[in-house]
Design a protein around this ligand. Structure first.
Ligand code: KG4
Ligand code: ZN
Length: 342
């Protein structure tokens, strides 16, 4: 094992307690994810305090499982990479403090990883040959970003949401349709039975820039439902789901193509939980095919929150000796390209 660089990744920024061991920035030796979704579902969303408490209860077991499944011991590990932001502060602090304690006790280097940088690095996992420069579209429950990745660690944000994130819009619309949390996957399933052209929901276009806005679309769905209710009209939930999803997919696909054109990149990585969406994958494949762009979307388990992506991002900090110290803290509002992560 000593001839490889093995990074132990730890991720606790929201409601997944995750640990993974990744070799040389790309080979996943283990990827353990304890999801708290069943606990939060009853509340219709993530409850920060409950998330933090559950991380505390699970983190040591999850980390041990990641080492065991990779068939390594702490002595084999080169460094520990941990998400330090953005995310829920209580949740972040569990991972950061656990990683600090483990690094101190085992005399290992500590690496601070930005969660968004982690999502970008998911494109390198099990995908030898994929390297910067490229455009990354991060579409998750908390973020919708278009990023020009010029090199490892060299990020320029070229578009971002002005209000709701794409996944947040999926989750909120799902709630209005009485679908369980998290709603993205439920809308994806329901939409398969609906007509995407049934209702012309708005597609926000913000001038010439590559920013997104999804809150008007979300309000349009709610208004549509309220108006139908007032008039006593029946609605077709599958048509609403399909039409809403199509509006999100249209905007994401269009902006991603424009971002590739604006940066001169012919490679696009689409990452984050919403990248699991089946219609988005289909639309992006078509658009990239038409525009001569090489598309990479990681497999679903690497799109949603996981620690393998944190270990992959950590590897590139390791190669340039960009280490954190014991003063590392959780940074709930950390931006990409800010703080310890360059
Ligand atoms: O990346 P992620 O696991 O967590 C964040 O960093 O936010 O993304 C979770 C988001 C949720 O909003 C969830 O509804 C959405 O990803 N999502 C989907 C699908 N699967 C997960 N959205 C649309 N279609 C899906 N199939
Ligand atoms: Zn995420």
């Amino acid at each position: 094992m000593k001839d490889q660089t093995l990074i132990l990744g730890i991720e606790t920024s929201c409601d997944e307690t995750a640990a993974a061991v990744v070799a040389n920035g790309g080979f996943v030796l283990s990827n353990i994810i304890y999801s708290q979704i069943d606990i939060h579902r009853g509340f219709g969303g993530v409850v920060p305090e409950i998330a933090a408490r559950n991380h505390v209860g699970k983190i040591d077991h999850v980390v041990q499982m990641a080492l065991d499944e990779a068939n390594v011991v702490l002595d084999d590990i080169s460094a520990i990479a941990v998400t330090h932001g953005p995310g829920l502060v209580g949740a972040l602090l569990v991972g950061v403090n656990f990683a600090k304690g483990l690094a101190f006790g085992a005399d290992l280097s500590l690496i601070a990883v930005n969660h968004l940088e982690g999502h970008i690095a998911s494109a390198y996992l099990e995908n030898a040959g994929f390297a910067p420069p490229f455009v990354a579209m991060i579409v998750s429950g908390g973020h919708s970003h278009l990023v020009h990745v010029r090199d490892y660690g060299d990020y320029t944000v070229i578009g971002r949401t002005q209000d709701d994130a794409a996944g947040e819009a999926f989750d909120k619309v799902a709630r209005t349709l009485n679908l369980p949390y998290p709603g993205g996957v439920e809308i994806d399933k329901l939409a398969k039975q609906g007509n995407p052209a049934a209702i012309p929901f708005p597609r926000a276009k913000l001038g010439d820039c590559l920013n997104f806005s999804f809150s008007g679309l979300k309000s349009a769905v709610i208004n549509y439902l309220n108006t139908a209710k007032m008039k006593g009209e029946q609605v077709n939930d599958a048509d609403i789901a399909a039409s809403f999803q199509e509006a999100v997919v249209d905007v994401l696909t269009k902006n991603a193509m424009e971002a590739c054109k604006a940066t001169g990149c012919n490679r696009l990585a689409v990452v984050g939980g919403v990248a699991c969406n089946s219609r988005l994958r289909e639309a992006l494949m078509d658009a990239c095919g038409e525009n001569g762009i090489k598309l990479h979307i990681p497999k679903p388990v690497l799109c949603t929150d996981n620690a393998a992506m944190i270990a992959a991002a950590g590897y590139y900090h390791y190669t340039v000796k960009n280490f954190a110290d014991m003063a590392l803290n959780g940074s709930p509002s950390l931006q990409l390209g800010e703080g310890i992560c360059t």
